[in-house]
Design a protein around this ligand. Sequence first.
Ligand SMILES: *Cc1c(COP(=O)(O)O)cnc(C)c1O
Length: 402
Amino acid sequence: MSEQIIALSARMSQIKPSPTLAVNAKAKEMKAAGADILNFSVGEPDFPTPDHVCEAGKLAIDEKFTRYTAVPGILELRQAIAQRYKDDHGWEYDADQIQVSCGGKHGLYNMAQALFGPGDEVLIPTPFWVSYPPIITLTGATPVLVPLDEKDDFDLTADNLQKFITPKTKGIILNSPSNPTGAVFSAQALRTVADMALAKGWVVITDDIYDTIVYGEAPLPHILDIAPELKEQTIISSGVSKSFAMTGWRIGYSLGPKHVIAAMNKIQSQSTSNPSSIAQRAALAAVAGPQDFPAIMKDSFLPRRDYIISALTSIPGLTCVVPNGAFYVFPNFSAYYGKSYDGKVIEGSVDMSAYLLEKSFMATVPGAAFGADAFVRFSFAASMADIKEGMKRLKEALAKLQ
Ligand SMILES: *Cc1c(COP(=O)(O)O)cnc(C)c1O
């Protein structure tokens, strides 16, 4: 063992390892040893990237479109993104109000660096997507977790927001449909946020990465439709990772006020420079081309969602909010906490995920990773056969607990 001579920066002590790592490492180990693992832990569609998008990427290589591009992304792509938002929502953005980055997560990182710092507080409705708190913490600002109630279908209410507002509050991060709950914020909740943001001058970050995967008839409520006057205070984060099954290509985008995008471009210019030229050309084919792919995926997810919800809610003690978007369910397992197997007590979601992996060979993500220990996340971007087998194993596993 070599001695550690170099010390890590102080900020590393503020970032905790993800509680999902233990389960993931174990799942990989078991799979490598030949176990028949059902994987419900993945955070991406189980579809390949559409052919016309892959072809555009190949063509970019053949044409040797393989050099640096403009830092915020090629103009054609930013113009195509602007056109998409105009066609789909009627919102007007200029190309200099758009940044293309190395995935949606990178856009959020640039945004946080451009907007927040020590002394600022940022409201994060909880359950949250795993990366929001560390992205805020790394700026020196403080993430303030606003718990959402399963009984409210994980909707935001004025009451739960009010308790966490201080003079230091500088912004809020919205994610609708949500990862991990699949919940969609109601128009009323968004009106509440908009009124507070307008009164107090907050920045509203809206992570719309799942906005093409929405179930049901009603259009997805959006804060900019509800309060168009909030546009100068709102930044949209999105990308092609989920809507076009392009997680590996690493293309996301942000739309917002020009001075904020300019600041984000400064950060991007001094860190990653432009996102991959090849991936940008593929993303251009996705954004400017036919838009039927997200709907095809959605139609295929719907029966899987309906099956997994009916299976979960037929198990005694489990409750589960029906997700209105994305491809996750977030059942509440707390009725089983305190029970045991092999003399081990299941204290919370990390133990529950470990039990399901060890005894039933199914990988899930403990709710603790999303700031909500009562729950366990299952992705239903898995085959119907795996979902059916998984629900059978789950029922048996829970019945065995004492
Ligand atoms: C997947 C995801 C993103 C973006 O992911 P990238 O792979 O970085 O594009 C952003 N927000 C949420 C909530 C997500 O689940």
